[in-house]
Design a protein around this ligand. Structure first.
Ligand code: PHE
Length: 339
């Protein structure tokens, strides 16, 4: 019997289980009620008295060895099951697609950074505004065409409340709250009652600039705009100011930059003129300063308002304005690498 126990013990090392069923079969073979160990125990009674002590010890040792072996096989099985053969551990992980920033956001932030370096801080105001901040405080005559339903979205049954048509409304809010020196840029969305096409949309984005202090002149305005244009489009960029009209500035101008798509030679984008209009500007009208509680005899200032879509088109040559608001990831994804 001692010999039998020794053989069983020796064979244990080569006992294996490829799956749960095989492991269960081993359990039954060795330690179930009718298993090998119970069989040995049953025959223990027949062992001669002088051998009983040693056989008893050996049976107990075998029992422990069997339990240990089964336990080892069980742990091996559990770890091989989670890493099944069809998983390739050397494969690179699935790429987690990062969202991209909207081109309008990228260009807006770039513009704000340029003005931050020139000492401008950021101010914001509401998109749903009252007539005073959008029109009246900015010197619009009561019969000005911008107040027409054709151009402006009004809030139903509240003729005094509109969707702001320009960010100049924020100028007027800043003046109410702050005395000069004032040096702010005001980014935001604006709304106009336009038929939607490749070249026009019912909403777009502007950045307003306002600088008020003692002795601010048109020269300061021109210099800050030139610096801005060169920072954004490169050292070789030229600017051109054309006389214009806005109710809230006097004198007023529109600024063109040399077309950075054709380098000023003339192309489809600049309608073969070599120039592209990017903003309106001028010296803040004394009436506007007065409406904002600022004394026009002491202070003067300049203001400008630029279109973010137009500048984005120039930088990235986007041909259809509607792409900016369609949320098509095939369009939006292209702007990840650009910055
Ligand atoms: N508010 C004008 C527009 O929307 C732009 C502008 C801003 C012009 C400030 C002059 C001064 O077209």
């Amino acid at each position: 019997m001692l010999e039998e126990i020794r053989r069983v013990r020796e064979s244990l090392a080569s006992v294996v289980a490829a799956n749960e069923q095989e492991l269960e079969a081993l359990r039954i073979k060795y330690i179930s009620r009718k298993g090998l160990l119970n069989d040995l125990m049953a025959r223990f009674r027949e062992v001669p008295a002088e051998q009983k002590r040693e056989v008893g010890i050996r049976i107990n040792e075998l029992k422990t060895a069997v339990q240990e072996r089964l336990e080892t096989l069980r742990t091996q099985l559990a770890s091989t099951e989670t890493v099944s053969a069809d998983i390739d551990l050397t494969r690179t992980p699935y790429p987690q697609p990062l969202g991209s920033r909207h081109p309008i956001t990228l260009v807006r932030d770039e513009i704000l950074r340029i003005f931050a370096r020139l000492g401008f801080s950021v101010a914001e105001g509401p998109e749903v505004e009252d007539d005073w901040h959008v029109f009246s405080s900015l010197n619009f005559a009561p019969d000005h065409p911008a107040r027409d339903m054709q151009d402006t979205f009004f809030v139903e049954q509240q003729p005094d409340i509109v969707l702001r048509t320009h960010t100049s409304s924020v100028q007027s809010r800043v003046m109410e709250k702050q005395q000069p020196p004032i040096r702010v840029v005001c980014p935001g969305r604006v709304y106009r009652n336009e038929a939607i096409s490749a070249r026009a949309h019912c909403f777009f984005h502007q950045i307003e600039g306002l600088y008020i202090d003692k002795g601010v002149s048109f020269t300061d305005l021109k210099q800050v705009l030139l610096t801005f244009a060169r920072e954004l489009f490169g050292e070789d960029t030229k600017i051109r100011l054309r006389p214009s009209y806005f109710p809230f500035t006097e004198p007023s101008a529109e600024m063109d930059i040399s077309c950075n798509i054709c380098g000023g030679k003339g192309c489809g984008f600049c309608k073969h003129t070599g120039w592209v209009e990017i903003l309106g500007c001028g010296m803040v009208d004394p009436n506007v300063l007065k409406a904002g509680g600022i004394d026009p005899d002491v202070y003067s200032g300049y203001a400008f308002g630029l279109g973010v879509e137009r500048i984005t088109n120039l930088k990235y040559q986007v041909s259809d304005l509607r792409l900016f608001s369609e949320n098509d990831v095939r369009f939006l994804d292209q702007f990840v690498a650009a910055h």
